[in-house]
Design a protein around this ligand. Structure first.
Ligand code: IFM
Length: 450
């Protein structure tokens, strides 16, 4: 029998005051259908996608916007991060597709009518083929071309969106595309070109930040930064230690500096037309895992909990990266993505609990948390197999079924925290698989450190 001093958040429950909870998606990963993007072309090449799938199927969201918004309503979320497919909006250089723009306009209006605040991502790994084939983010005119797209979007949709992510994870985009080579354009081993891509994207962010603020007073604009913890595999080994520091610097430290305050430290070069300033209204953090560094590549430590893709589950890391970025660039923190691949839904509730609990006890100014992902979706080169959704997707029938973790999340949203009872119902007794026990364990997003 609860006594007078007991609360519904008694440990192991906890409240999450001040954190607005939402879910995240990206256009190419859920929309389905035809769009002439680098990813649609990449997926058409044999062997590029682990299971041979493509973004053409995905979650068919393009044709299911209404029911999907109803499903968001069932989860009770009031915040939704969604992406725009540039290739749909601008199918050939300078020609804008009024029907595609109207589709997004209607989607934003429907979200607003349902009481859901959209956070709109302008670029999330996918480029129109005409842009990609002209050199993509390496071409001289990339900034001008991207600015033309942004101007159009802002004029057409700026009345319905005030929260914007300019770019999603440019460090992953550049590392996978120009160093690992398992994403388009498939270049391997060129750290120099990857850095050039990141430099151009940093300049694009700043240019877009200024455009959005000129056009939409009150806009809140940031980058969805992929941040991870880099730990030396053996902390007594000097090579591991120096490599971990080097990897962190090359992968995220110099880049977040350029994005946030327009200061381009080596290996970047300060662009002549960019003045140092403040170019963020929130620090967006996509957090998934910790890297265990030995030298040339990062990896996953032995004997650690992992998800279906073999990524270490390290909840405290979310607070570690958030503290680091907040100390350098104070201001609101929006966790623009956090979630895990767990097809059996065997540990997603525990994952959610551990990460949200880390935030709750951190004292950091976390204003928003977007779970990745709303539904299962096309996970880039890993295809349809990894399951990140709060809603399970049966691809052939396109049937969505809210998982138990989705019900748990809805309960957290409704209570603004994890109640003692919810912990007992969804979390108690769960545990993570351990590294070495996950078939097909493939750490990804490796960062070269030499
Ligand atoms: O699916 C991706 C998303 O596109 C970017 N952040 C990481 C997610 C999981 O890998």
């Amino acid at each position: 029998m609860p006594d007078a001093t007991s609360s519904r958040f008694d440990p192991p429950g906890f409240a999450l005051p001040g954190v607005a909870l939402g879910v995240a998606t990206a256009a190419t990963q859920i929309e389905g259908g035809e769009a002439d993007t680098n990813w649609h072309r990449w997926a058409a090449q044999p062997g590029r996608i682990a299971d041979g799938s493509s973004p053409r199927r995905a979650a068919d969201h393009w044709n299911r916007v209404g029911p999907d918004i109803a499903l968001l309503g069932e989860l009770g979320v009031r915040h939704y991060r969604m992406g725009l497919e540039w290739a749909r909006i601008e199918p050939s250089p300078g020609r804008f597709d009024a029907a595609a723009v109207e589709h997004y306009h209607d989607e934003l209006a429907a979200l607003r009518a349902a009481g859901i605040t959209p956070l709109v991502t302008l670029h999330h790994f996918s480029n129109p083929w005409w842009f990609e084939s002209a050199g993509g983010w390496e071409q001289r005119h990339a900034l001008t071309v991207f600015a033309r797209y942004v101007d159009h979007v802002v004029a057409a949709l700026g009345d319905l969106a005030s929260d914007w992510v300019t770019l999603n994870e440019p460090n992953i985009y550049a590392t996978k595309g120009w160093v690992d080579g398992d994403w388009p354009p498939g270049v391997t081993g060129s750290i120099r070109r990857a850095q050039r891509v990141m430099q151009t994207m940093a300049a694009a962010h700043i240019q877009t930040y200024l455009t959005l603020h000129r056009a939409c007073p009150g806009a809140r604009v940031g980058v969805a930064n992929h941040l991870r913890v880099f730990a030396p595999r053996n902390r007594w080994n000097p090579v591991h230690r120096v490599s971990a520091l080097g990897a962190e610097y090359l992968f995220q430290t110099a880049l977040t500096r350029a994005f946030s305050v327009g200061r381009f430290l080596a290996p970047f070069v300060q662009p002549r037309d960019i003045e140092p300033g403040r170019y963020y209204d929130f620090q967006g953090i996509n957090y998934y895992s910790r890297s265990s560094v030995t030298g040339l590549r990062d990896g996953v430590a032995r004997d650690v909990p992992v998800n279906d893709l073999g990524w270490e589950v390290y909840p405290q890391g979310l607070v570690e990266v958030a503290r680091t970025i907040n100390a350098a660039y104070p201001g609101p923190i929006w966790i623009t993505e956090n979630g895990t691949a767990d097809a059996a839904d065997a540990f997603r509730p525990l994952f959610l609990y551990d990460h949200l609990k880390a935030i709750a006890g951190s004292g950091l100014p976390v204003e928003r948390f977007y779970h990745w992902c709303f539904t299962d979706n096309f996970e880039w080169a890993d295809g349809e197999e990894p399951r990140f959704g709060l809603a399970a997707l049966d691809y052939p029938s396109q049937r969505r079924t809210v998982r138990e973790s989705g019900r748990f999340y809805a309960d957290i949203v409704a209570n603004a925290g994890v109640t003692t009872r919810a912990h007992e119902r969804w979390v108690l007794g769960q545990h993570y698989p351990m590294a070495g026990t996950v078939p097909g364990h493939r750490p990804r997003g490796g960062v070269p450190t030499a």
